[in-house]
Design a protein around this ligand. Structure first.
Ligand code: BGC
Length: 780
């Protein structure tokens, strides 16, 4: 009986998908009919599947890593293909050819498509665009831009035959040392959620499914496969889950990935309250839930919790599930729910719909977008005496390894094999600056030499640290005579599999400090300036050394076109318009989560453990005791506050109006923004809400971001009106006793600002009585 069902499916899909907006799916608990046509093929397909085939569908084909044999317990099912059909992709589901159900391919990641650029037997390459990391994208505060980047990433995925992109990643910047901070947007849930929603909309507009990850509380790498995150429900709801809630409600992703960690004792991938309860019932999520790669320890619990797809899939999981089904510990009806979700994803996939792969994405067009995005998210932290923009006549002495060896993004699953990586030296030259040749020559040969001596590393290793070249006092003196300005790049690598080091990453290293001190002495003695460029993935200490710099440009890890984008901003071709989406603290110990970072070992490694669990603590715990005191929600002096960023001009905020919107009970905020300076620029307008003091149990942060917008470029003297909406939920806090989102009675302040510490206008909104906005059903 090979052909009837696929015919039903194929005939109905295009109209059916168009006819059922995802909005409707919100209300539906069990899989809705895919089609608005009165026929629903899913029950028929499910009825036609054998139990073995159903298990095949929920267990991926396994993973293959070139040159890295996996231990038997991590290998994919032996009776299927050995890894995804697109080389370098992260995974693939299994096909059921008898019923016309194809395999679909999944690939990372948040900064662009991660596939292998080389294929056996092919002479050509298969590169993707390395876009700026998420931390930079969030610093653009420009959701339209992030959506365009999503469209480009999705298009590359589709052109290379990928159905599901494993992005965006939106865990919270809880601590500066969190190893994957570069893959995440912000310390704030509203900006994280909005950015993720924009990325999802962009990616999915191409027909490729997006996969927000890692749900939830995956804020560090230490013991990531076993760690138990202990977090109280209010911060969990208001910060960590809130980001995902916004992403799911506003982005409507077709897939979602749970995290590695446990949450209050239970692996997130095995947590029914979290997946079936919060995600599906409370938020109306309707899509596939997949595990992170090799996450959790109980495949039956995963499927029963609503985690439909086990990735990358192992033969062991397949066997365990077959036994559980035979014994009845996994019910057929439970498995059918998972299968239905996977079939829904397959039905909408480019592979199923017969989309042609071209293997020829628009890499040149996307490079332009990567450059624009990079420039939009760079943040000007310091500019004493208007050193920047730098006139093109300035001869530049360019220091720092990263000026010549660009750090375009992080390693691990967030890496992208781009066709090029433009360093600052190249960007400056292309932009018309003279870059001192003697200094450049010293760096280029040092970097070549270091690379030659470095043995190749496994793709599963944490990022490589290269020593910074030490520059002699004599070299600095002679450069200061020849050049007009010193530009120094401080670089930090990021990657998966390890957290950062306080001494080597967060702090300035001794050699770097010495170089900065010497440069500042030599150049300033001659009336010349020092500009620092930060090519980093996470925030770092700046307060102790910023005095050596006249200007500091935070370039983050800006993607493959980074050098050009840095030159665009340094030269003023593009006015800096990025703002911090994560606070720069004064010292690491000022961050409340540093106290228990990264966590505590409760039971050391199992000596017999192999594969990814070798050397990993069997039980480890991290307590999010800081509660709501994450980032700017903690009131302490900082180096650069949340929302901060200089421009080459100034903006005036005027005519703030805050009006209640009668029908929905929310609030409309409007204002006029005027460029009062002498050069063009873009302003980021931020709306914060402060509840009445004493509201809610425990400390309540003074101000919380609730809405934001970015103006287009405003010419000097130009004004524009902006308008933002706040809903009742924006005034609510999570009340653990009432198990509800409640707007407390009393006066709330609505502030409009240019940074959390630069509030330009404030208005008050009164709520005469407490209002319950939404009840929740799950206790986490
Ligand atoms: C990461 C995920 C990634 C997956 C597939 C895991 O190690 O945590 O973010 O999507 O690998 O590459």
């Amino acid at each position: 009986m090979p052909s009837r069902l696929p015919l039903i499916l194929l005939a109905a899909i295009p109209i059916g998908l168009a006819a059922v907006p995802l909005a409707r799916a919100e209300a539906i608990r069990s899989p809705p009919p895919v089609l608005g046509l009165g026929i629903d093929p899913l029950p028929q397909v499910i009825a036609a599947l054998t139990p073995e085939e159903k298990i095949d569908l929920v267990v991926g084909v396994g993973m293959s890593l070139a040159g890295l044999p996996l231990p038997p317990e991590m290998q994919g099912p032996a009776d299927g293909p050995m890894g995804p059909r697109v080389p370098g992709a992260g995974g693939m589901t299994r096909a059921v050819p008898r019923l016309g159900i194809p395999s679909i391919v999944l690939a990372d990641g948040p900064a662009g498509l991660r596939i292998s650029p080389r294929r056996e037997g092919e002479t050509r390459s298969f590169h993707a665009t390395a876009f700026p990391v998420a931390t930079l994208l969030a610093s653009s505060w420009d959701t339209a831009l992030v959506e365009r980047v999503g469209v480009a990433m999705g298009a590359e995925a589709r052109d290379y035959g990928i159905d599901v992109l494993l992005a965006p990643a939106l865990n919270i910047h809880r601590n500066p040392l969190g190893g994957r901070g570069f893959e995440y947007y912000s310390e704030d849930p509203v900006i994280s959620g909005r950015m993720a929603a924009a990325a999802i909309r962009g990616i999915q507009s191409t027909g490729v499914a997006a996969t927000p990850k890692h749900f939830v509380a995956n804020e560090h790498e230490w013991n990531r496969y076993t760690i138990d995150v202990q977090v109280a429900e209010r911060p969990l709801r208001e910060i960590y889950l809130r980001a995902f809630e916004i992403a799911v409600r506003e982005g409507r992703p077709q897939a979602l990935m749970t995290s590695y960690n446990r949450l209050n004792g239970t692996y997130t991938s095995q947590n029914r309250q979290l997946i079936d309860g919060v995600l599906r019932r409370e938020w109306g999520y309707f899509g596939v839930v997949m595990t992170d790669w090799f996450a959790g320890d109980d495949p039956v619990a995963q499927l029963r919790a609503g985690n439909d797809l086990l990735m990358p899939g192992t033969g062991v999981q397949q066997r365990v599930l077959r036994e559980a089904l035979a014994r009845g510990t996994l019910k057929s009806a439970e498995l059918d729910r998972n299968v239905a979700q996977i079939l829904m994803l397959v039905l909408r996939s480019p592979t199923f719909l017969g989309v042609q792969t071209t293997d020829a994405p628009d890499l040149e067009g996307h490079a332009k977008l990567a450059r624009e995005a990079a420039a939009s998210g760079m943040v000007l932290l310091r500019n004493v005496g208007g050193v920047l923009p730098l006139p093109r006549s300035r001869r530049i002495a360019l220091f720092g390894n990263a000026s010549y060896d660009a750090i375009i993004g992080g390693s691990g699953s967030g890496a992208v094999a781009a066709a090029r990586a433009v360093p600052l030296a190249e960007g400056l030259r292309a932009s018309g600056y003279a870059v001192d040749a003697a200094v450049a020559e010293g760096y280029v040969s040092f970097i070549d030499e270091t690379r030659r001596k470095t043995p190749p590393r496994s793709p599963l290793s944490p990022p490589q640290r290269f020593p910074e070249r030490s520059v002699s006092a004599a070299e600095i003196e002679s450069a200061a005579q020849r050049a007009d300005v010193a530009v120094v790049t401080i670089g930090r690598r990021s990657g998966e599999f390890a957290d950062l080091s306080r001494e080597l990453d967060f702090e300035l290293q001794a050699g770097e400090r010495e170089m900065l001190e010497r440069l500042s002495r030599a150049f300033r003695e001659r009336g010349k300036n020092v500009v620092v460029v930060l090519n980093i993935g996470s925030v770092m200490e700046t307060a102790s050394w910023r005095g050596f710099a006249d200007a500091i440009l935070l370039a983050w890890q800006p993607g493959q076109e980074g050098g050009h984008a840095m030159a665009d901003v340094l030269s003023g071709t593009i006015a800096p318009s990025g703002r911090l989406a994560t606070t720069f603290p004064l010292r690491w110990e000022d961050v409340p989560s540093s106290k228990g970072f990264p966590g505590t070992t409760l039971l050391g490694p199992d000596p017999a453990a192999r594969g990814i669990l070798a050397g990993v603590d069997r039980r480890a715990e991290v307590r999010y005791d800081e509660g709501l005191a994450v980032g700017y929600r903690h009131d302490a002096p900082v180096a650069y506050p949340f929302g901060f960023g200089l421009t080459y001009t100034q903006f005036l905020h005027s005519r703030l109006r805050v009006e209640r919107v009668a029908d929905e009970g929310g609030v409309r905020v409007s204002a006029t923004i005027t460029n009062t300076g002498r050069s063009p620029g873009r302003e980021v307008v931020q709306v914060y809400v402060s509840p009445p003091s004493g509201a809610g149990a425990g400390a309540r942060p003074g101000r919380e971001l609730r809405a934001f917008t970015k103006t287009p470029t405003l010419a000097p003297g130009q004004s524009m009106a902006i308008e933002l909406q706040l809903s009742l939920r924006d005034f609510a806090l999570f009340d653990e006793t009432q198990r509800a989102w409640v707007v407390p009675a009393g006066m709330q302040e609505v502030s409009l600002g240019s940074a959390v510490a630069d509030i330009r206008a404030t208005a008050r909104v009164e709520f005469p009585q407490a209002l319950t906005v939404a009840k929740v059903s799950e206790r986490l």
